[in-house]
Design a protein around this ligand. Structure first.
Ligand code: AGP
Length: 587
């Protein structure tokens, strides 16, 4: 259960079976609260547990999972959303079922109870599953059988096969401490696990074949080591992640994407790319859009997945879709991917978790190799996405002959140096900490960037707001005069991303406009910078690069460290910010 807490942590609970009795414990808040109320050393062989990210009903004891039927004999945990729960609840109330929570989930144990009156437990479970609309990964236990029942539709669920028994979980990192043998349960499957065997069926009750595969995710990668927070540890992992990506994809001066699975002819003649992603992954895609357009001479359309899936893009077999996601389980991105698939576009998943839904449903894969990311605020997964996508853009440009060999080689050598540059930036963490202390008193931040660093500004603002709860907006600096500059006065803090490059003099002018209105400016500048730095109230340096288009890979680190230290100063819960979850598996 601890392994799952990063998926939601506003309440939690478990139900365990001891002979024919089922005991229930739950609480509002995090798992450590539950531990204090639980008898140490309790032994059991069958149980279900859940950590919640509230969708229906406030975080509370009553709304925490597991939920049960009227007689407290059937217990259920559920991830996802039951869209028709109101109709089902009305139907069940007419049959005199009593409800105690505000959740959509609670209809499930009551439906099973209702159908169990005339059917075996498994038949009742299957009948229930077939009545549910929406998305769900469910597991259930009953006092009448020594078995665990489960079903999956549009919400992730996997099963681990360990020496001691079987474990169901929403994703792989939660169970790697126990086993590396994983069965990927498919959408539309239900199953039953007993002491020494498991069986799986489709929703019609027909048996399906399911086999375990070995995962390569190691437990070591998911521990905090000596760092105060996972976020800090993951920030410090970035030089290694970039070095790993470089040696994985670059061989001498050749870039090779083994799992891309795209015909070279198709890539050469490609006219449009669509990018779908959410949050930080969207910002990584936005950086890639600038780069792809610049060097591949290609039209790139990008949208957040939750919008993209409802838009009527002209999308067809000649188009390529990049679905970017750290977890590979983000419901909005999966929905956008499926929509694109219906229209026969080719899909490449840009993903950090092998075996996740996005990797299995895409035609090809760009594996981002960041290793498990536990901090809710994405850091190393972002740089890994940007790094892989820049490599992919270079690969595409090379195939399409839209860049010279000299430029290709220069860019590769710049990318090889990113890891070294990251180490230089990280050595400077103490001075970023001091600056963060000075800026922690501001109640509102603007992050400004131009060109390929406009997405960096969006990402910097997202990092700060999600872990420190300080309102922060990312803006293209040139857009200030069209409205946001009205916000500027001596009480505002503005972070200006100003590495050298074609738009440098423009952003220097923007800094001047801000200073004229007395806001405090923190500038992210290159080592040898004079102009922008002389205008700013504080400056953080990044190493200079020959090709400015790779600067988002460097700018990201000071922005992450700045957000981290501000949040730390304010005493915020950095790895598990309020209201958030690491994997957003509901729409
Ligand atoms: C970023 O810090 C957030 N945790 C969030 O925006 C995240 O990037 C988004 O939910 C997408 O997740 P994914 O990459 O797993 O699809």
């Amino acid at each position: 259960m601890c392994g799952l807490e990063y998926r939601g942590y506003d309440s939690c609970g478990f139900a365990i079976k001891d002979n024919s009795k089922i005991g229930l414990k739950k609480t509002k808040g995090k798992i450590n609260l539950l531990k204090t109320t639980t008898r140490p050393g309790a032994y059991f062989t069958l149980g279900i547990a859940h950590t919640r990210w509230a969708t229906h009903g406030v975080p509370s004891f009553i709304n925490a999972h597991p939920h049960h039927d009227c007689k407290k004999k059937i217990f259920v945990v559920h991830n996802g959303i039951i869209e028709n729960y109101r109709e089902l609840k009305a139907y069940l109330k007419k049959k005199h079922h009593r409800f105690c929570s505000d959740t959509d989930t609670e209809v499930i144990p009551h439906l099973i109870e209702e159908f169990s009156k005339r059917h075996s437990f498994f038949e009742a479970f299957l009948k229930t599953v077939n009545m549910l609309k929406g998305s769900f990964a469910i597991s259930a236990i009953t006092s009448s059988e020594d078995a665990l029942f489960f079903a999956r539709k549009d919400s992730p669920l996997i099963m681990g096969v360990a020496k001691e028994g079987f474990i169901l979980a929403s994703d792989i990192p939660a169970i790697t401490p126990f086993t590396k043998n994983i069965v990927h349960i498919k959408d539309g499957w239900v199953g039953r696990i007993s002491r020494d065997k498991f069986e799986m069926f489709n929703f019609k009750g027909k048996k399906v074949r399911a086999a375990a595969e070995k995962t390569d995710i190691s437990l070591g990668a998911a521990t905090k080591q000596h760092y105060a927070h996972f976020m800090l540890k993951e920030i410090y992992e970035q030089p290694h992640v970039c070095a790993r990506l470089y040696s994985f994809y670059v061989h001498n001066t050749r870039i090779e994407f083994k799992d891309l699975n795209m015909d070279i002819k198709f890539l050469k003649s490609l006219k449009r790319i669509f990018i779908f992603a959410c949050g930080t992954a969207y910002h990584a895609g936005f950086v890639a859009k600038y780069f792809l357009e610049k060097i591949c001479d290609i039209e790139v359309e990008i949208d957040v997945s939750s919008e993209a899936r409802y838009r009527r893009f002209k999308l067809g077999p000649d188009d390529l879709v990049l679905a970017i996601s750290q977890s590979g389980e983000t419901a909005d991105t999966i929905a956008a991917l499926r929509e694109a698939k219906k229209r026969k576009a080719k899909i490449v998943g840009v993903c950090n978790v092998l075996g996740s839904t996005i990797t299995t449903e895409s035609d090809g894969l760009i594996y981002t190799l960041a290793g498990p990311e536990i901090g809710v605020a994405s850091t190393k997964a972002y740089t890994a996405q940007v790094f892989s996508l820049l490599l992919f853009s270079l690969h595409l440009a090379y195939l399409r002959k839209s860049i010279s060999t000299a430029f290709f080689k220069q860019c590769l050598s710049e990318l090889r140096s990113v890891s070294k540059h990251h180490k230089t930036i990280l050595k400077n963490a103490a001075s970023i900490k001091k600056i963060a202390k000075r800026f922690s008193r501001f109640g509102c931040f603007l992050f400004l960037g131009r060109g390929i660093n406009y997405p960096s500004a969006l990402e910097g603002a997202l990092k700060l707001k999600e872990i420190s709860y300080i309102p922060a907006e990312g803006y293209p600096a040139g857009e200030m005069k069209h409205g946001p500059i009205a916000l500027i006065d001596e009480y505002r803090a503005v972070v200006c991303i100003a590495p050298r490059g074609e738009l440098y003099s423009k952003i220097v002018s923007n800094i001047q406009e801000i200073k004229a209105r007395k806001a405090k400016v923190l500038a992210i500048v290159e080592e040898k910078d004079r102009e922008a730095q002389s205008l700013a109230d504080a400056a953080i340096h990044i190493p200079s690069t020959k090709y400015s288009q790779i600067s988002p890979l460097l700018v990201a680190l000071p922005l992450q460290l700045f957000a981290y230290f501000v949040a730390k100063n304010l005493g915020c819960e950095i790895d598990q910010p309020r209201n958030l979850a690491k994997s957003v598996t509901v729409e």
